[in-house]
Each structure stands twice: as C-alpha cells, then as structure tokens.
Ligand binder design. Sequence first.
Ligand code: TRP
Ligand code: ZN
Length: 896
Amino acid sequence: MKTEHAPSIQRSDYTPLAWNVDGVDLHFALDPAATVVTSRLRCSRNTQIAPAPLRLLGEDLEVLGLTVDGVEAAPGLVTQGEGWLEIALEGRSAEVGIVTRINPQSNTSLSGLYVSRGGFFTQCEAEGFRRITWFPDRPDAMTRFTVTLEADAASCPVLLSNGNLIEQGPLAGGRHYARWEDPFPKPSYLFALVAAKLVALERRVTTASGREVLLQVWVEEGNLDRTEHAMDSLIHSMRWDEEVFGLELDLDRFMIVAVSDFNMGAMENKGLNIFNAKYVLAKPDTATDVDYEHIESVVAHEYFHNWTGNRVTCRDWFQLTLKEGLTVFRDQQFSADMLAVAAGDAGAASARAVKRIDDVRVLRAVQFAEDAGPMAHPIRPDSYQEINNFYTATVYEKGAEVIRMLHTLLGAEGFRNGMDLYFSYHDGQAVTCDDFVDCMAEANGHDLDQFMRWYSQAGTPHVKAAGAYDAASRSYTLMLSQHTPPTPGQTDKQPLLIPVAVGLIGPDGRDLPLRLEGENHAGVTTRVLELSEVEQSFRFLDVAVEPVPSVLRGFSAPVILDLAEDDARLAFRMAHDTDAFNRWDAAQRFAERVILVLTADAAAGRTLAVPADFVAAFRALLNDAALDPAFRAQAMTLPSEGYLIERMQPADPAPLRVALMHLMRALGTHLADDWLALCRTLEVTGPYRYHPTDAGRRALGNLALKYLAAAGVPEGLAWAQAQFARFGNMTEGVGALAALVQSASPAREAALGAFHARYRDDALVLDKWFALQAGAWRWDATAAPVLERVRALMVDPAFSLANPNKVYALLGSFFRANPAEFHAADGSGYAFWADQVIALDARNPQVAARMARSLENWQRFTPALQALIRVQLERVAGATGLSPDVTEIVEKALAD
Ligand code: TRP
Ligand code: ZN
C-alpha cells in the first residue's frame, strides 16, 4: 500500500476570490486531436480583501500563449505549480488572454471536452472546465460567457452552447461557426458546448408571464422517434415549477442533448442540459415503464436546477447539497404530483405512497449503507480528497430528506415562503447551506439552530419507540429516544430535531383521533411529533382502547426505527395501517424478519420453513383488490439483498441467497393459483401508453411471473414464454425475460439469444440484456458461476469498458446486484473486481471509483471473506499511477 496520503481539502479553508472575472470570451477551433481554445478574461480586483495574484486552475493543457492587457506576459509575472498558475496583476482591472491546445479525442475520462461517436461534448461539473482552459474553476467565480465555436460543417453541422445564438455562418475550408451569448453570469461548471451531427424535436411554448420560448431535444438522426416523452416531461416540469414555486424559464431557448458516453445521469448546464442518452430516449418498443419514469424525473431534475443550482449556486463544493438535496426533493415532489394527477382523486394517496416507497428503498439500500461505512459523511462534508467522490447518496438522497423534513416542519406554505425569500436575497449569488436554512427560519419565524445539525452530523440516527396504554386514565404514552452511532472522525453525536409522524390504530383497523396532552385541537389522525432530546415522552389523551401505534408515517425522517412488534402486530398493520407507506413498511419488516431467520437456518444447515402466518398475510395483501396494483407490487417485492446485507451481522451472502431463493419458491408455490389469477386479470390491452394505472398492472403482472418462474410452476413458465414470444412493449418483454432468466427453465438461454438477435444494434436495450445476466441467481444448481458469464460477456462485441453505461450494466450489476455470486467463497469475484478497477482507472477515474465503492463496506462480511477482500483492496491501493479518485476510496476502506 502507498504510504503518502492524497491531500485533503478542508471546508474551513475557504477564502474569497482575489480577482473576479466579469466577462469571458471563448473561441474554440474544434478538431478531434488538436482543438485550440482562445480565452479572454476581463478581470477586476476584489477590493474587499488584501491584494493577491489572479489564480487560475488547469489540467492537461498545452499553453500556446499568455498575454496581459494585450502584451505577452513577462516571465516574472507568472508563478506555476501542480495544477495552478498565478499571475501578479496590477491595478484594479486587467485583461488576460490565454491560448491552449487540447486533445478531445484522447480524453477518455469524459470530463472536460471529449469526443463521442464523432461529436464534441463537454462535462464540466465539478472540475472539468480546467481541462479546457486555465480559469478560476470554482463555483463562486460567476462570469458572463460569450462563446464562438468553429468546426467542420460536414461532421459537425450543429454548434451549440449556453444562452442565445447571436451569429452564425460559413467559413473557408468547409468549416462554419456559431456565436452564443449567455446573458446570465454563471460559474464555469455550468459551461457547455456541443458540436455534432444531430437533429432536434422542437416545440414552442408560452411561459406563465406570456413569453414564447423554444424547446429542443437534440439526438442522433435515427433517434428522433424516441424524443417525445423527454419533451413532454420538460413541458410538464416547466408548468409545475411555475405553479408550485412561481419559477419561470428565464431564457428564450432551452436545449436538451443526448450523448451515448456520459459518466452520470445528466447535467444542468445553463440552457443546454446534456444527458446520458439513457435518460432521454424512449419509445414503447425499447423503453420500460421504469425508463419512462426515470426520464421524467431526470428531465425535471435538470430543469429545476435552473433556479436551484444555476440562478442561485454554491459558494464552494462543500455546499453541494444546497443544490442537489433541494433539487432532488423538488423532482420527487414533481413526480409524486404527476402520479397523483394521473391516478385521479381516488388513487392519489396510493400513487404518492408508491413514489415515496421507491425513494425510500433507494435511501435505505444505498445511503444507509454509505452512512454505516468508511465513506460516511454529513450531507455537507467537512473535507474531501476528490470532489467527484462526493456526488453521493448522502449529498443527494439524504440531502433531499433533510429538505423534506423542513417542508414537514414548516408546512407547504411556510416552505414556499422560505423559498421566495431565498430567491429574493440570493438570486445571482453563490451561497451556502446556512444561507438557505436562514431564509427558511426567517420566513417562518422558526428557530432552526438545532436542525442545522443535520448538515454537520454523519450517520443514520436510530429512533427507538415504545408505547404504554393506561386503561385507567385512558391515555397512551409514546416514549421516543434517539441515538446516532459514531462514524469515522465523528464520535460524539448530538441529538437532532427529528419529525416523527405518528398515528394510533384502533382494534377495528381505524385510526383513532389524536389529542396530545397540553393541546386541545383534537381530531387529526396523524400527528408530527418533534423529537429534539435524547429521550422524550408524548402522552395522548381520550384513548378509548389500547391502540396499535403506527410510527414514522410516510417515512417522516431518514432514521432507522426500532419498534418492538410481534408477527401478529406486523400482520395487523399489513392489513390495516391507513398510512400506505407504513403498510408497505410493515410487510417489509415482516419479510425481513422471516428472511433473516431462514438465513440463520441455512447457515446452520437446518431445514427451512416459511411461517404460515407470513404466507397468509402476504396472500391477503396480494388479493386485496381495493389496493391498486402498483402498491401491491411494492408490497410483494422482498427487501433488496443489498439492504438485507446491511441488516446482518456479520453479512454472509451465500446463506442469504439460499434463504431468498427458498422464500421466493415457497411464495411462488403456495400462492401459485393467486399469482396465475393476477396474470389473467391484469393484462393490459390496447396500445402502450405511459400511465401509472397501466404501469402498475404491468409491474404486478411481471412480479407474478417472477414468483411463478422462480418456483418452476409450469403454467407460470408457459405464461412467461408466451408473453416473451409476443410482447408488444419493452416492459412486457423485459418482464418476461427477467422471469425466465431468474428460473431454472431450459427456455432461458433461447430467450436471451432471441432478445440479443432482435436488439443487437440497440445499445440501450442491450444494457438490459447485460444487466439481467450479470444479476442472475443460480436457480439451476448445476449452472456455472455467474462470473464466467460476466467474463464471456466482456468480450462480446457490444461491450466496451470505454462506455460507462456498459460498465454499469455488466460490472455494476454483478458487483452491486449479485452479492452471492460476487462474494464467492473462493475470492474469484474480488480478484476480478481488482482487475477491472485498475483497468478502468487508467481511462476513466470517475467510473473506476464508482466500481471501487462496491467493496467499501467490506468489514461487514464474515472474517473469511474479509481476509480475501483485504488482499484485493491492498492490490488496488498499491497499483502504480492510481487516480486520486480511487485512491481516496481504497485508502478510506483500509483505514482503521
Ligand atoms: N449535477 C448533475 C446532476 O445532479 C450531476 C453531475 C455531477 C454530473 N457531476 C457530474 C453529471 C459529472 C455528469 C458528470 O444532475
Ligand atoms: Zn442535480
């Protein structure tokens, strides 16, 4: 292992800029191997602080010229270090000219300017702009950009950048140019350019204030028939932000561009959002309901950033959750509203719960794991080595939960008032998380000092709840206590302000009206209790009968709830909890309990038996026709393996897999007739439409197939084969294929072959094919280990380590979604992991670091597995030329 540690950046080291850049003119002479970037920076001194040189940041740049006020910079004026350059400017203002040469074609990191399928694209967040030209590449340096692009007209007929197109025309030698001007000052991480052969779907719409704006979705020519849904999603997002937050599009033109090679989901560059093609392209034959859903929420997320992120941005990268947590919360609310509207009044509550369940599933499986491991950090971290490693589930998803708690505590109207104040104070500024919470506090006259601890304290709090009924006084006392376990570098945790939504259910299954001691407004059936101390009691009066408590309704805080409930009580809440989220949660808790007992039995070699009361409760939910299918699909889906691993001490993936297979088979067999009846009654006829009602039916139908196929029920397998043979949309196709792949049926290989033959030229659809195989369980005990299949797929012509989507589909699915195969007892999975992380790191550190993170929680596993993992972690840590990205991950994993 390396001995020198990467330097870490501290939040407390922030210093303001010595020089502002008031305007920048950029000229790009685009060429795949040698692009020349000419930059003119108009700088003015920040007179608020002591004089200091202009500090520019750069990486992998070849400087061809450097001038100050038009004359070549004297050597004595410039000091240079690793990744930085300082120019000792004089006076109050100066113009700095810099010419650099870069090689976009050899840029495999997909950060900065790079080439994808013959076109030029940029990705600048967080620190990619410094790979394009020397610049104060930090988010508080807000500048007005004018950009001129010059490129070959035949290969790059479309030239795009931020803002408004102000000029374009032909040039000599088959080249042409376009000039763009962005009227809004912005940090360099929001800069973007695209020069490629693309076509656009266009719409003109009118904003709330009556301005006409042009919307475009740019894609490769053959994909124009897959742009409709992204465009609809954009228009819905615009309307929603106008209605809910009074926020309007501020530009005359708004563009979305799809690109095949992209490290993450999408990027909110001002007026020119660049998307991973996976989050733009959809038609019924190639995209599933879940793809449609993701596209809608990612389009919304990037659009919402225009206000929460772009108009008001972050002072420094420690404040990342200021824009990300808030924007995730906004996109979650948007999706919930869209679902509720589509479901109509009667189905709205259930539709919202389904969305909430999806979000909480991810939070529990990914963020809770992160918070319990070596990378645990507060939503606003105090230090980092590589900022790219901090685009995490904590900053995004837990950050969104923190914003949601403010919304819960202040109410929708109070929250909106806080938002209005935030924009009135900070529009056009680069600010901090404190600035945001201060606005919420001021607008509501609410003290949020204690609440701020959510920003500084890492780790998932545990909330313990216990109730006692006193028949004599007809009162019910709920005792709540909180405890946050230590995390690396943070051992003494302070109590947090935790909103705990509570209801009391009577024996008839109906909610009791609640009256809290000391208050007289009775009548509500769900109350938000504010837990602010280590331990607190809440007494409810006029409680006629002993109730069953329903705690943390709607998942009102990102905590682990510890509430002692026996099986009968969980079954009761599964049947009766009026809070749909908690009804689902009761089913999850019951399933978790059953699975962990089965796992222990499997590990000890005992016979496995599924409790009859669990099967009965499960069957009752499955057949409750009053529940909408989407909700039932959520309730019948077992907790994820990743989540269950976090709940085991120590984690042992092999017996867990045995237990899960046993349970799936038992539920498939015992409930075979019920599942088959669902298959028959849920079929959706007519042409495909993306609609929550249809999507819910398809989800439950596909889940039924999964249980039936797992159990090897012949009619179920026949149904899956028939559905696969004649599927009319990708949701049905992939649903049937997934059921066959997750079975011992001999039809599985033929189906995989047929799917490949049909979609061999469709990269996005093939990603599903790769992912299904990498995530397959071994239902047929004689089958070869999945690692062998993964190795074989790596040499498939459709696979490439250069394309992040392919890496995530094949390697990501194997490392993350297939613990039992990845953690094979012989350590073969770990050696493979190390080989791939090292190979990826040489070309794309961001992608390599994401893959590296799949072993960070290695200390949860059995000692035998840990010993094998350690060897490979050390091998990666000792590899020569390792990036700061992967170095930080493996160093933290190995630190004690
Ligand atoms: N800010 C983007 C979002 O939340 C995500 C993002 C951050 C990103 N860094 C990136 C995207 C690097 C691609 C590459 O939507
Ligand atoms: Zn974002």
